[in-house]
Ligand binder design. Structure first.
Ligand SMILES: *Cc1c(COP(=O)(O)O)cnc(C)c1O
Length: 488
């Protein structure tokens, strides 16, 4: 029973609390140690779902009671991205060290909006590492945000200031029609960023891709020329490192050159792929990224930092500051005391109160080291190649896209392939063995396996392929049966 002291939310019996806390910590360490013994995912019963519909004021529960609900009804029905068999979406696996760091950050309850405090120095340290990784200057600005969707929005907003000047902040968007460009394989958040920034999604050109699913740079040049002829102002190009559908890497060097020639902002959506800079065997394929004006990426995907930990890096840190900094009396800066240390993180983005995302990232990099994190990234790509070879060796399966990084798109061959493969993916997910997702490529439904988790091994890849064949054979039999019934 958690008895709280009369006037505060702290326990009255710290020792009892400590015991309960140790149990919780042990349970979560067990959970991570024994991931493999669990299904990747399992559907939750309606009873469980319904149990979460309680009124606000249903009395006080003790910690142990609430924790029992967590163990019984929450933990077993998570999405499963910590599990090595999870390949559904581009989700990171998290780490034990990251878990502990989250606890430490919550204990400090630090607010990283501003002021003079060591936690902000940790965020500045991570920013310094990020500058080093992408070969950006000391003057580059950067900030933790929740994810790359937000980081892409910040990129568009800084580029808008670059194009229209500081006046855009009080005058709003002037008469210029600003046009942005990205590939047809780009993430939807680029389009959302145009929407939220007030520029409109119609002002985003989705440029066709080549056979490697990279933005067609000639088509891009042509679109820019057409827009200029029509009196519009091209201002922003987003290249992608690791498209969400198939893991393609745009030709960053060619895009950088075009941006320089045309004086257009060069943004890179490197949500998961940008951290491939840590992997010596993959980094050369990102050549040109150091020429970007801004890079959006996540530590919570390939970086394995627990959710959430997105990041925006801007070459011109001063411009980033001019885009977001706002004067307010209570945010007054001093040269000494707690209000020192300006500029503050809140000057570089829209958030004022901000959590200590930097701590779990700092711990992850400190403890595992950049080299080991890079090895994890290389390994997931090697596993994707293993999966590709198994698919190519199996007549019942068919590869549907080139495997550039860690995403493999394939399907079970069938006359009714779209329907069969959709059913097959649901069956795989419900089997608990492995969890891929689907995507659509040229009208063909693909089974999509994104290998991101550091725990995934060859045996998990083999388990996915074996289960696909077994469940696919079963489904094919059923389909034939249904079809022959229909003919009769
Ligand atoms: C995941 C992803 C995003 C979105 O990132 P969030 O962190 O989920 O907001 C954007 N672009 C690409 C290419 C992605 O893979």
């Amino acid at each position: 029973m958690l008895e709280t002291s009369e006037d505060t939310l702290d326990p009255s019996d710290w020792n009892a609390f400590r015991l309960q806390g140790h149990r919780m910590l042990d349970d979560m360490i067990d959970y991570l140690e024994h991931q493999r013994d669990r299904p990747v995912w399992q559907p939750m019963s309606e009873t469980v779902r319904h149990s979460f519909r309680q009124p606000l004021d249903d009395g006080q529960h003790d910690l142990e009671q609430a924790y029992t609900v967590f163990i019984k009804d929450i933990l077993p029905y998570a999405l499963g991205n910590v599990h090595p068999g999870f390949m559904g979406w581009v989700h990171g696996g998290g780490t034990p060290v990251g878990m502990l760091a989250e606890m430490l950050a919550a204990g400090l309850n630090a607010n990283l909006g501003g002021r003079d405090q060591a936690p902000i120095e940790i965020e500045r340290q991570v920013l310094q590492w990020v500058r080093e990784l992408f070969d950006f200057p000391e003057t580059a600005g950067g900030l933790f945000v929740n994810g790359t969707s937000m980081a892409n929005l910040l990129g568009v907003l800084v580029a808008r200031t670059a194009q229209l000047g500081d006046a855009v902040r009080h005058k709003g968007i002037a008469t210029q029609q600003l046009i942005a460009y990205t590939s047809a394989g780009a993430h939807i958040s680029i389009s959302q960023a145009m929407d939220i920034a007030g520029l409109g999604t119609d002002a985003l050109r989705m440029i066709a891709v080549n056979e490697q699913h990279q933005m067609d740079v000639l088509a891009l040049e042509y679109a820019i020329a057409e827009d200029k002829k029509a009196g519009m102002t091209p201002f922003f190009i987003a290249g992608t490192v690791g498209t969400v559908g198939v893991g393609a890497i745009d030709n960053l060097q060619a895009i950088a050159e075009l941006c320089q020639r045309e004086n257009i902002w060069f943004h890179v959506d490197g949500a998961y792929g940008a951290l491939a800079m840590l992997a010596p065997d993959i980094a050369p394929r990102l050549q040109g990224i150091a020429r970007a004006d801004s890079i959006a990426f996540d530590f919570h995907k390939w970086g394995q930092v627990p959710y959430d930990a997105g990041f925006i890096l801007v070459r011109d840190g001063e411009l980033q500051q001019r885009t977001f900094a706002s004067p307010a009396a209570y945010l007054k800066r001093e040269s000494r005391g707690m209000a020192a240390g300006s500029p503050w993180p809140c000057d570089f983005g829209p958030d004022l109160s901000r959590g200590f995302r930097a701590l779990k990232t700092w711990f992850t990099i400190k403890v595992y080291g950049a080299e080991k994190l890079g090895k994890v990234i290389s390994n997931t790509c090697a596993l994707a190649q293993h999966m590709k070879r198994r698919i190519e060796a199996e007549p019942r399966l068919e590869l549907l896209a080139p495997v550039a990084l860690n995403i493999v798109c394939f399907r079970y061959r069938s006359a009714d392939a779209n329907r069969l493969n959709a059913d097959l993916v649901v069956a795989l997910q419900e089997s608990g063995i492995a969890a891929p997702s689907t995507t659509t490529l040229n009208g063909q439904l693909a089974i999509r396996a994104a290998i991101v988790n550091h725990r995934t091994t060859v045996s998990d890849i083999d388990a996915l392929i074996d289960a696909t064949l077994e469940l696919g054979d079963n489904a094919a039999k059923n389909y034939n049966f249904r079809n022959s019934n229909a003919i009769q």
